[in-house]
Design a protein around this ligand. Structure first.
Ligand code: CO
Length: 178
């Protein structure tokens, strides 16, 4: 199991490097990331959250009572977005114990590569759309605190302070309550 980096670790505020699709270690890393995500009841995890500054994310936004739908995305980028920003509560394995209202696009198209280097596009809305926007933020050094509006950020930081004092651990608050 990989150790989850918790805010305010500076690794969470770095810009991650593009993945080299010929890098054979990515297969093992992405499997370990999925394992770690499931073990912590998360629905998404970005490589910088395990201290590895590469543009790699894993997500699974299938409803809890359905079969898992793990996705591994190398070098994901939002290539199109539509609609008016929607406010929704998000949690993060790297910011345990809190959830924070964040504005996201209701529809995004994300381009990425798979482990074989093949290029794909996924159109996503609802939980998956929100989750992809959240994880891609991590690759650009943004956590919930940087993604929140200034007023929300202040409250989130003070809530987080209290959560840490109370001993919150990764997995205690999740996007969509997972
Ligand atoms: Co997160």
């Amino acid at each position: 199991m990989l150790k989850i980096v918790v805010s305010p670790d500076p690794a969470l505020n770095q810009i991650s490097e593009p993945c080299d699709v010929d890098d054979k270690s990515l297969k093992r890393l992405s499997k370990q990331m999925l394992k770690t995500m499931y073990a912590n009841d998360g629905c998404g995890l970005a490589a910088p959250q395990v201290g590895i500054l590469k543009r790699l994310i894993v997500v699974d936004c299938a409803p809890v009572d359905e079969d898992p739908q793990p996705m591994i995305l190398l070098n994901p980028e939002i290539v199109e977005q539509q609609g008016e920003l929607v406010l929704g509560e998000e949690g993060c394995l790297s910011c345990p114990g809190i959830s924070v209202p964040i504005e996201r696009y209701p529809w995004v198209k994300v381009r990425y590569q798979d482990l074989e280097g093949e290029e794909w596009e996924v159109e996503a809305e609802e939980l998956l759309g929100r989750c992809l926007q959240h994880e891609i933020d991590h690759l650009n050094g943004k956590t919930l605190f940087e993604s929140a509006s200034p007023r929300v950020r202040l409250k989130a930081l003070s809530d987080y302070d209290e959560a840490l004092k109370a001993g919150a651990k990764p997995g205690e608050t999740q996007i969509g309550g997972r």
